[in-house]
Design a protein around this ligand. Structure first.
Ligand code: SF4
Ligand code: SF4
Length: 445
């Protein structure tokens, strides 16, 4: 914290990572991407704060009130000493977060097969299931790698992981017990299409500690069934919604994050599932909307899309469901995604090791392999190539006001050498999020 006397004698500058928005009432809402501080100023205070942030504060503020506001802004990172190097602080945060070995993230793909035929799927479906040999190698890896760590996050991904329920249950139970014995924190999550999430399956998953479910529901039944048909034909909407309801009713601590993919045509119906969620469990559901990647011939402008998305988010909040943007955009972040972290890895059904869970998992792309002793044998050239890109060498990122929220974009794209990080986070919604946070805190004050 910068003291009052220091403030008076030292030049201050506005943080390069401030976001501000003025409400129709004249209230000023502030958010700082680097410190995650949120602040609101009303009446004349709003003008004073806006004035302080617009210029370098080279002389003592004009009044005691202005001094107090300047002190508050400095305490929360909106104002900084003129010699503060915010980019260097982020670089250190990124390097520390990337190297942190305490929180291990293991992403397991028990199969690359899937029972849905989503029209936008980028994966190569393959009927490969994790063999007994690979299950044992993964278990041995856990026994070697986890002692001395702080926590394990286990994520199930695929393909559709519930096609291999027995593997999910066996390895979840194994890692839950191992973490308990070693005194590590344990978090178990799953990305599933929800089709096989019956009440019985939800009970089994709850018993082995799966508590966070990512389920895609693409708006109303009609659009979802068009986008996500079952492999044998017919829709999957009802089963996906029932799956979400099953985990919410059978796992008391369960949280469901619903991803809604939309196209220009389906955008207006993207909130169509909201009232199919049980009212008494909506507080344990959060939602975010994403445009289908690579859709052809855009008919709706980006500006209209942002406005319509904002309306959808309002509808979500009005029905008692949380907006996941808040944790995605405003939550603490040291790296762009788990794939930047040394202590994260993806294991395919064949025991090949990757860093990113969104790929084709071809053996020629692997970065390493878990051997029979449970050790990861990294392909030195491949992993060095993966680790090489540094967003802090990218002039565009260094100039970008979103850098602390994004931390440099997608490493897979950078490492492929095809393109830059290319950030896909919906930063245009930050104003709306600020308004929501303000309304929520105002009504609870
Ligand atoms: S990838 Fe894009 S949004 Fe992210 S920090 Fe770099 S320039 Fe900014
Ligand atoms: S695609 Fe890029 S941003 Fe997404 S998980 Fe992989 S590395 Fe991370």
């Amino acid at each position: 914290m910068i003291g009052l006397s220091t403030l008076v004698h030292r030049h201050l500058k506005a943080s390069r990572y401030n976001y501000s928005t003025r409400l129709a009432s004249g209230d000023l809402l502030l958010f700082n991407g680097a410190t995650r501080a949120v602040a609101a100023f009303r009446g004349t205070d709003a003008d004073v704060a806006a004035g302080l942030l617009q210029r370098c504060v080279a002389s003592p503020p004009a009044s005691r009130r202005a001094t107090l506001i300047a002190r508050y802004l400095a305490k929360n990172g909106f104002l900084l000493r003129c010699d503060a190097d915010e980019i260097e602080a982020l670089r250190v945060r990124c390097r520390t977060g990337s190297a942190d070995a305490g929180d291990v993230h293991l992403i397991l793909l028990p199969t690359l097969d899937c029972n849905a035929r989503c029209c936008y799927c980028y994966e190569d479906r393959r009927a490969t299931a994790m063999s007994r040999d690979v299950i044992e190698r993964v278990s041995r890896w856990g026994e070697l790698a986890l002692p001395g760590r702080r926590a394990l996050t286990l994520s199930w991904f695929g393909g559709e992981p519930l096609l291999e329920l027995a593997t999910v249950v066996e390895l979840s139970g194994f890692f839950r017990d191992l973490c308990r014995a070693l005194g590590l924190g344990f978090r178990n999550m799953m990305t599933t299409n929800g089709y096989l999430l019956t009440q019985e399956v939800a009970g089994e998953l709850g018993d082995v500690g799966v508590s966070h479910f990512n389920i895609t529901i693409d708006g109303c039944r009609d659009w979802h069934d068009r986008f996500r048909p079952h492999e044998k034909g017919g829709g999957t909407y009802d089963r996906a919604v029932e799956g979400a309801c099953s985990v919410l009713s059978h796992i008391p601590e369960a949280h469901v994050t619903i991803r809604v993919n939309y196209t220009d045509e389906s955008l207006d119906a993207a909130g169509g599932f909201l009232f199919d969620l049980p009212a008494n469990a909506r507080s344990r559901v959060s939602v975010y909307f994403r445009e289908v990647f690579g859709q052809q011939g855009h008919r709706v402008s980006a500006r209209v899309k942002t406005t319509r998305e904002a309306m959808l988010y309002r509808a979500v909040v009005e029905c008692g469901v949380a907006v996941d943007l808040e944790s995605m955009l405003l939550g603490p972040k040291a790296t762009h995604c788990y794939a930047d972290r040394k202590a994260a890895m993806v294991v395919s059904p064949t025991g090949d090791v990757f860093k990113c869970a969104l790929g084709k998992f071809s053996p020629r792309d692997r970065l390493g392999r878990i051997d029979g002793n449970g050790r990861v044998q990294w392909d030195r050239v491949a992993i060095e190539k993966w680790n090489a890109p540094d967003p802090f060498d990218d002039p565009e990122c260094l100039l970008c006001v979103h850098l602390p929220l994004c931390m440099g974009g997608c490493r897979a794209r950078r490492a492929s050498g095809r393109e830059k990080g290319g950030c896909t986070q919906p930063f245009e919604h930050i104003d709306m999020l600020l308004e929501q946070i303000f309304e929520r805190e105002d009504s609870s004050a």
